[in-house]
Write a protein that binds this ligand. Structure first.
Ligand code: ADP
Length: 233
């Protein structure tokens, strides 16, 4: 998927002896970067209405920073596709455009966040989706001393969201991209998800990004906003 190795430091050890002084010095710098203190690791959340492009932009940003993009929607869809017990339990809820219960969703997220690859940071897409989930996430991260670094809010007008979703329905055929389920998800977004942005805004964490434009243009805007916070890849 990318030229960037998953664990660049492993590769760098190969042929280490052959490194000249300049390379060794650079290696030292990279080494220092890799071991950033917990407070400086990118722990990001991307939030936006359905059709805002948050999944796509989240994956691009995560790849750039070498951190896992964790999408609760993708995790659920994988369970449905693989016909697991959990998949059977959540399928009808998801297809109707409703939210899966907070407890079940958080249990999955907690397991995922406990895996080793989140040590250098992570990007969450689709969690938290309401104030209760925000509290659950906070309760998990606080004792680990892993404060969030930034919350990226992708801002798109409702007409743009709806036309992108119509296109996605045509191309991908997601079971929850029916008119009825889309309307329900957008309503839930306005009513339950948008309020989490107010909480994060009060903590100075939100970067509001204009989500209209080419993929590259939107990614660039996100990168610039993060750079202003001192977060760069
Ligand atoms: P979208 O943003 O287009 O609604 P997602 O892929 O983020 O799509 O989520 C798809 C579905 O998965 C949601 O409609 C919901 O049923 C379920 N889901 C995903 N994340 C959560 C969450 N944090 N809490 C509850 N349900 C969730």
């Amino acid at each position: 998927m990318s030229d960037t190795p998953q664990h660049p430091h492993h590769d760098r050890h190969e042929g280490h002896e052959a490194f000249g002084e300049a390379e060794q010095a650079r290696e030292g710098v990279k080494h220092a970067e890799r071991e950033l203190p917990a407070a400086q690791q990118p722990r990001l959340i991307i939030v936006g209405p359905q059709g805002s492009g948050k999944g796509t932009q989240g994956a691009r940003i995560a790849e750039l920073f070498g951190i896992p993009a964790i999408s609760t929607g993708d995790v659920f869809r994988a369970h449905v596709r693989d016909q697991t017990e959990l998949g059977a339990q959540v399928k009808s809820v998801i297809d109707a455009g409703d939210l899966v219960s907070d407890d079940l969703t958080f249990a999955l997220l907690r397991d995922r966040l406990s895996q080793g690859d989140t040590g250098s940071g992570f990007l969450l897409d689709g969690f938290p989706r309401n104030i209760a989930q925000l509290g659950l996430l906070d309760g998990f991260l606080a004792p680990r001393d892993e404060a969030l670094t930034a919350v990226i809010e992708l801002d798109v007008p409702r007409e743009v969201s709806i036309s992108r979703l119509a296109e996605r329905a045509r191309v991908e055929g997601r079971a929850d991209d029916t008119d009825e389920a889309i309307a329900k998800r957008l309503d839930i977004y306005e009513r339950e998800t948008a309020p989490i942005l107010e909480v994060y805004r009060d903590h100075g964490l939100v970067d509001q990004i204009d989500g209209v434009g080419s993929l590259e243009a939107v990614t660039d805007r996100i990168i610039r906003a993060l750079a202003e916070r001192g977060i760069s890849a």
